[in-house]
Design a protein around this ligand. Sequence first.
Ligand SMILES: NC(=O)c1ccc[n+]([C@@H]2O[C@H](COP(=O)([O-])OP(=O)(O)OC[C@H]3O[C@@H](n4cnc5c(N)ncnc54)[C@H](O)[C@@H]3O)[C@@H](O)[C@H]2O)c1
Length: 264
Amino acid sequence: MNEKTLAGKVAVVTGAASGLGLGIALGLVEAGAAVALCDIDDAGLAEATEGADEPARAFAVNMDVTDEQSVTAGFREIVRHWGGVDIVVCAAGIAPAYPLVDMPVDKWRLALEINLTGYFLVARQGARVMRGRGGGSMVMISSKSGLEASKANSAYNATKAAELHLMRGWALELGPDGIRVNAVAPGNVFAGSKIWNPEYIKVCAEKKGIKPEEVIPHYVSLTALNREIKRPDVANAVCFLCSENARCITGQTLVVDSGQVMVR
Ligand SMILES: NC(=O)c1ccc[n+]([C@@H]2O[C@H](COP(=O)([O-])OP(=O)(O)OC[C@H]3O[C@@H](n4cnc5c(N)ncnc54)[C@H](O)[C@@H]3O)[C@@H](O)[C@H]2O)c1
């Protein structure tokens, strides 16, 4: 997306030190926005902001999305730095994949904390700030697993589905304030993701009865387009939803999965 459709907008992206969050933050910078990249990984954030198209429009903010005070302080810092917030993208998430009978409760609870409480705290603060500005746009990064359950991934399935329903309720609630709330549900995005670490790929290989090196080609082959999804594909969907081109779209899920999951 080369057009500066988001020039003059201020965006907040969580989980922006890695993977999809980083790809989305860079895409928003490319689309003209000033972007606050929020994460707990300071080293990753430093690298990310330096690598942005226009480093002057990329601002690193240490924010733990599970911590109410950290979220409030982070937004305060962003408003002080950029003067306000127009766009909020929640992407900080984890995927502790275990069969039900082996799932440790601490991993289950951590997934709920990051993927649900984190989305709630960031959306709440974003709404408080954007309401005062007469509108804005939020995008919740869910997953195709929020639409169709993945095997041996209880906490991920539950939280990613819940994010979609939170999004719908927030769209209803915030519509009168001019705040649009949508979701993007990506399929598997391997490049640059720490979720797709060697251990996770090994678990997937075991689930599928294939070798670890066969995992990526296998997942790509499950898509109608037989096309690997890359981070800019997801970033483009987010930029569209945040732009004026989507001014009448709210409460919706845009699925970026090369045609893998057909249920909505
Ligand atoms: N990669 C995929 O295949 C894929 C597919 C669909 C949806 N998603 C979604 O995209 C999002 C990002 O996934 P990814 O694969 O890029 O993961 P990733 O692990 O590469 O990036 C996640 C980022 O979140 C940060 N983070 C973790 N806990 C945090 C906290 N408490 N506060 C702030 N930041 C925190 C991490 O430091 C990391 O930088 C997740 O919500 C995931 O569900 C990913």
